[in-house]
Design a protein around this ligand. Structure first.
Ligand SMILES: C[S@@+](CC[C@H](N)C(=O)[O-])C[C@H]1O[C@@H](n2cnc3c(N)ncnc32)[C@H](O)[C@@H]1O
Length: 215
């Protein structure tokens, strides 16, 4: 039979192991984030399920996010780094024309499969660092969880600015659970260095959405 003293000892042991486990998890996360931040790269194709998991959809609901982007019915829009296309349809529904772009053809194929019925959308394989778009040809660029995967985010923002018409917006979203996460203040710093100023902010440090325009 288990005595009270034994039970307490067992409980203490369990608590100690739980604390070790938690500390290990935090340390691993910290090391992973540090490592990834110094080596930004596109999310591997095999990790695509992370983008679609139901838990993410709770704080990044496609309809809500697209609404929060504030697109206008006449807008010509670029979605940079569309990934599996989680937000593509909802964005296309709210603007005149959407070009969704990704560096990885396999992600583009996923987006193509789920948006086949849309007539105001084209898909493009390209790098954010060198957009195959004419200067001053777009009204908005939407970048959800992509900027932090590029090796030169300030240069990528400048490139987005190049393709915007006067008064155009760059909408940037990032979320804490992505290992390459960069906080809202750092993002403002990058934007400022690219010649942008923030005119809107939604969400919080866990998942935010900033809107920038040319300074
Ligand atoms: C974390 S995923 C986010 C996908 C989608 N925006 C979402 O939030 O579900 C980032 C996507 O950006 C793409 N990407 C990364 N670097 C890129 C670059 N330099 N140019 C274009 N796409 C890029 C990746 O291939 C990936 O599909």
């Amino acid at each position: 039979m288990l005595h009270f003293a034994d039970a307490r000892k067992l409980a203490r042991k369990a608590c100690r192991w739980a604390a070790y486990g938690l500390a290990g998890l935090v340390l691993t996360q910290f090391a992973l984030r540090l490592w990834i931040r110094n080596r930004p790269r596109p999310i591997p194709y095999g990790w695509g399920w992370l983008l679609e998991n139901p838990w993410r959809r709770r704080y990044r609901d496609p309809q809500q996010l697209a609404e929060a982007c504030g697109l206008l019915p006449d807008d010509q829009v670029l979605e940079g780094g569309c990934g599996s296309g989680l937000f593509t349809e909802a964005l296309a529904e709210r603007c005149a024309y959407l070009t969704a772009l990704d560096i990885d053809a396999r992600y583009l194929a996923q987006t193509a499969a789920r948006t086949a019925t849309l007539s105001n959308l084209s898909l493009l394989r390209a790098d954010l660092a060198a957009l195959p778009c004419e200067a001053e040809s777009l009204d908005a660029v939407v970048l959800i969880s992509v900027l932090t995967e590029t090796p030169a985010p300030v240069a990528a923002l400048r490139e987005c600015l190049r393709v915007l018409r006067a008064g155009g917006r760059i909408i940037v979203g990032e979320e804490f659970f992505a290992p390459e996460y960069v906080g809202p203040r750092n993002m403002d710093g990058w934007a400022q260095a690219a010649g942008l100023r923030r005119v809107g902010a939604q969400g919080n440090g866990w998942a935010y959405l900033h809107t920038y325009v040319a300074r």
